[in-house]
Design a protein around this ligand. Structure first.
Ligand code: NAP
Ligand code: G4F
Length: 383
């Protein structure tokens, strides 16, 4: 009998990678998808199976973390061995605009899952993974951050996730449930949501290099993040649920990098060197030089005249609308526990991640329209 997994947030970045990973391991995967006016299954369309397929092993259910009856019914029907609770309003800046909804989905949503498993008598069968976050550390109390570092959340998102973290610990201790937190530091990929800073940068840099956009406006260029690849991080989620004993784990690379440096690395993928001049809201990024050989190879010879004509022009500027009311300036994780206990080891470093994202976005932007051309459906993440 194959194991049964239930994934909330299956249409998101991590949900898509985890689904492919678990299917390859022989799991039957159930996913919860919100109803929307358009299909938003682009990230998992290459895995989708029509309801009429006999013995299909990927089944989608309509649902929402804010609807406890719906969540309880789906858990009852699917009787999962493992639940990966990845669904969330996951954008930190947006959580300042929708704080109540964020608390409901990200905080109480976690409780709804734990309580449904308990009420349905599944505490001995169903293992639960809760998508906790390095945002819990917020105004960091220790560098680097590890499992014992005190939390200091700095946004409605992080405060909601703090509730999710502790209610998971509480259900583990109160009801002896196999419920674990993965405290994941930022992880990115070619299918990262377009408004997170890395993807915003790789999309914009690709478009600038192809002559489709003049410049990109960003917020706090000095923020530092510990960025890894989502492909590596979903493997850690799986490993956490394979342990005999439930526990909480930091998943990180142990290296931190400024947003400003990420911008430079993205341009450098196409052989374009960027210089930053000025300070604060007046800081700007200029094209300093172009390595024509690298540009021709990575972007294309036909686009060379466009980029050469942009030498010394501004391609990066600061717009304060992207600042946050309270910012998380520095995140850097200590993954010692996950490496020693889980045997988790990331394959990608930051240059590898940037290269993967830039390759994906240059390809995507070269197409007239990625919807017309099949979008994410052309990808097989683990091949
Ligand atoms: P994502 O791409 O934004 O995906 C979020 C998923 O949650 C989407 O499938 C979304 O559905 C779904 N969702 C949102 N609200 C929902 C609701 N009320 N009911 C049901 N589903 C809902 O996020 P991600 O990057 O994959 O992250 C996965 C999880 O890890 C999230 O909980 C996030 O907070 C957490 N996390 C992420 C990172 C990171 O760096 N990526 C780091 C630490 C923790 P739609 O497609 O309909 O919007
Ligand atoms: O890419 P971001 O929006 O990610 P953030 O806020 O770190 O949150 C992400 O990682 C968390 C894990 O630590 C997850 F829990 C969460 O769900 C999400 O996936 O911003 C990264 C940094 C911030 O300091 C932000 O202020 O980049 C800075 N930044 C600078 N300019 C920008 C921009 N962020 C965005 N989104 N857009 C900008 O223009």
């Amino acid at each position: 009998m194959s194991k049964v997994a239930l994934i909330t947030g299956i249409t998101g970045q991590d949900g898509a990678y985890l689904t492919e990973y678990l299917l390859k391991k022989g799991y039957t995967v159930h996913g919860i998808k919100r109803r929307s006016s358009l299909f938003n299954t682009d990230r998992i369309d290459h895995l989708y199976q029509d309801p009429h397929v006999v013995n299909r092993n990927l089944i989608l259910h309509y649902g929402d973390l804010t609807d406890s009856m719906n969540i309880t019914r789906i858990i009852q029907e699917t009787q999962p061995d493992e639940i990966y609770n990845l669904a969330a309003m996951s954008h930190v800046k947006v959580s300042f605009d929708s704080p109540e909804y964020t608390a409901n989905a990200d905080g109480i949503g976690t409780l709804r899952i734990l309580e449904a498993v308990r009420l349905l008598g599944l505490t001995n069968k169903t293992r639960i993974y809760q998508a906790s976050t390095s945002e819990l550390y917020g105004l960091v109390q220790e560098v680097p951050q590890k499992e014992t570092t005190p939390f200091y959340p700095r946004s409605p998102y992080a405060v909601a996730k703090l509730y999710g973290y502790w209610i998971t610990v509480n259900y583990r201790e109160a009801y002896n449930m196999h419920a674990s937190n993965g405290i994941l530091f930022n992880h990115e990929s070619p299918i990262r949501g377009e408004t997170f800073v890395t993807r915003k940068i790789t999309r914009a840099v690709s478009r600038i290099m192809l002559g489709m956009q003049e410049k990109v406006y960003l917020g706090n260029l000095s923020a530092r993040r510990d960025w890894g690849h989502a492909k590596d991080y979903v493997k850690a989620m799986y490993l956490i649920l394979q342990q005999d004993t439930a526990s909480d784990y930091v998943i990180a690379t142990g290296i931190t990098t400024e947003v400003r440096e990420f911008v430079k690395m993205a341009f450098a993928e196409g052989g374009v060197e960027i210089n930053f001049r000025g300070e604060g809201v007046d800081e700007k990024g200029y094209i300093a030089s172009v390595d024509e050989k690298v540009f021709k190879e990575k972007v294309g010879e036909e686009y060379l005249p466009v980029i050469l004509s942009k030498k010394d022009t501004v391609v990066v500027a600061v717009d304060p609308q992207y600042f946050r009311p309270t910012e998380v300036e520095l995140l850097i994780g200590d993954p010692t526990k996950s490496k020693t206990t889980l045997g988790w080891e990331p394959k990608y470093d930051l240059p590898g991640l940037v290269a993967d994202m830039m390759e994906g976005d240059i390809k995507l932007m070269k197409k007239d329209s990625y919807l017309k051309d099949g979008g994410y459906r052309i990808m097989n993440y683990f091949e």
